[in-house]
Design a protein around this ligand. Structure first.
Ligand code: NBP
Length: 483
């Protein structure tokens, strides 16, 4: 019997997805660059499953698939994808589908879609989130690329993905060419932001309020039954309680140097490319980079010792303030993330459904939370919503959290505790809600030294003026284009 789908890549994600697909009744052909891993998988994790078929070369792999062939690559992103595409091509026929389920850069996915379209092959770039556990029991899946492929893979994808409490699949067609991988990139950027915000709340509770790990575990646990309910808050409570072999809290023994694999950075770089102020995610990426300068930080700590700050306020009330600051900052982060998606839809000509994207992230993925259900509601109520900050649910929270948020940021500043994401969220909020900013001065300076021109408050927008500020400059201005 031929296989319904073939999966290449037998590392953690590939193996778990194969088992998940097989559990749903599909026959899967499997292959891996290092052939020995095929038999290892068949004799261990896939033992006794006759509908998982091992193959030992690409030709055999392709010949074992039902037509049109559906081939999923679950391998390292980058050149390895291009290499496998080239190896597969001689054995494919027009109409076959290649799916890249790795964390590929969306620009590469755009390029591959058009390269393979010319050869009659339907390319799909799909984000998959949820890690090992998600891959095995139900990830969030964000497919985009050649739409013709969707009816061919929809059944498999929507049966293996996570589902919302109302039974909706956390997988739907995202859009053309690189849209799926783009949405996964933004998901990962938001994940960076969420993790940084939670770590700042931990820093304040631990460093300022001197709470124990079990006290913090209880607090995160409680927060997990509020609007903050999310997978990341849930695992944070568990991490706080996790003991090392010697009975001490493991967290305190983990070196404070955060790693990264690039998707957060891609989000920030892209936000600069398409002019969207995604300040919180960018701050979270920089926070990881700064954390990795451990030796310099230790040196600077000796250089710039600060006097101990004694917190004298009411501890319970400040914990509640931290919760408000966390929630308000999270709203800002998601508002920025959806601003980015909106701008990307325009820039790359994708028809993105923002409510659907929130639904895809509602379960299965790392940022899953009840909060995403509210974002889905917001876009259901108003698909043209300019910003999440204008939705009544979110604006009400922001209004009531404002005072606590300011108190947390100012207390942290006074105590010398670093809260880059809380502070950046508040700064964004204050700029966004300012009808007037000091940017008129920037425009004047630009015109003064470079004749870059400016618009006037007493003339229609789009009309540009230049002033001869010194009396010695000329009347010729630079072009007033924007980049
Ligand atoms: P890895 O990202 O560790 O990749 C391992 C697989 O890639 C193996 O099958 C390996 O073959 C193959 N591979 C490598 Br490495 N270099 C190759 C090359 N030059 N040519 C051909 N094959 C090559 O596996 P993973 O953690 O399962 O992730 C798979 C994909 O899913 C990645 O893109 C990852 O970013 C993405 N992802 C991972 C997670 C997660 O939680 N781990 C979550 C979401 C998405 P070999 O066995 O012969 O070395």
């Amino acid at each position: 019997m031929k296989a319904d789908i073939g999966v290449i890549g037998l590392a953690v994600m590939g193996q778990n997805l194969i088992l998940n697909i097989n559990d749903k009744g599909f026959t899967v052909a499997v292959y891996n660059r290092t052939i020995t891993k095929v038999d290892r998988f068949l004799n261990k994790e896939a033992k006794g499953r006759e509908t998982i078929r091992g193959t030992y070369d690409i030709q055999q792999f392709c010949s074992m698939l039902k037509r049109p062939r559906k081939i999923m690559l679950m391998i390292k992103a980058g050149k390895a994808i291009d290499d496998f595409v080239e190896q597969l091509l001689p054995f494919l026929t027009p109409g076959d589908v290649i799916i890249d389920g790795g964390n590929s850069f969306f620009g590469d996915t755009i390029r591959r879609t058009y390269y393979l379209r010319d050869k009659g092959i339907n390319f799909v770039g799909t984000g998959i989130s949820g890690g090992e556990e998600g891959a095995r029991h139900g990830p969030s899946i964000m497919p985009g690329g050649e739409y013709e492929a969707w009816p061919l893979i929809k059944d498999i994808f929507q049966s293996i993905c996570a589902h919302t409490p109302q039974g909706q699949p956390c997988c739907n067609w995202v859009g053309s060419d690189g849209a799926g991988h783009y949405v996964k990139m933004v998901h990962n950027g938001i994940e960076y932001g969420d993790m940084q915000l939670i770590s700042e709340a931990y820093s304040l509770m631990n460093g300022l309020l001197k709470l124990s790990h079990s006290q913090m575990a209880d607090i995160f646990d409680k927060w997990n039954s509020t609007e903050l309910q999310s997978y990341l808050i849930e695992i944070t409570a568990r991490i706080m309680q996790h003991k090392d072999n010697d009975g001490k809290v493991l967290l305190e023994k983990i070196l404070d140097k955060a790693g990264q694999k690039g998707t957060g950075k891609w989000t920030s770089v892209n936000s600069l490319d398409i002019n969207v102020p995604v300040t919180l995610i960018t701050e979270a990426v920089y926070a990881r980079i700064l954390s990795s300068l451990k030796a310099e930080r230790v040196k600077a700590a000796g250089f710039f010792e600060t006097s101990e700050f004694d917190f004298t306020g009411d501890v319970d009330s400040f914990i509640s303030d931290i919760k408000d600051a966390l929630l308000a900052s999270k709203i800002i982060s998601y508002a920025q993330g959806f601003m980015l998606l909106k701008a990307a839809a325009k820039t790359y000509s994708w028809k993105l459904d923002f409510g659907d994207i929130a639904l895809m992230w509602r379960e299965g993925c790392i940022i899953r939370s009840s909060f995403l259900g509210k974002i889905n509601d917001a876009f259901q109520n108003n698909p043209a919503l300019e910003s999440l900050l204008f939705d009544p649910y979110f604006s009400t929270i922001i209004k009531s959290a404002q005072q606590s948020w300011r108190k947390v940021v100012s207390t942290a500043f006074n105590a010398g505790i670093s809260v880059p994401a809380f502070a950046s969220a508040l700064t964004f909020f204050d700029s966004y809600r300012s009808a007037k900013l000091p940017s008129n001065l920037i425009q004047a300076q630009r015109d003064y030294f470079g004749a870059h021109t400016y618009e006037r408050t007493d003339a229609p927008e789009g009309q540009f003026f230049h002033t001869n500020w010194t009396g010695t400059g000329g009347d010729t201005s630079a072009g007033s284009y924007q980049v």
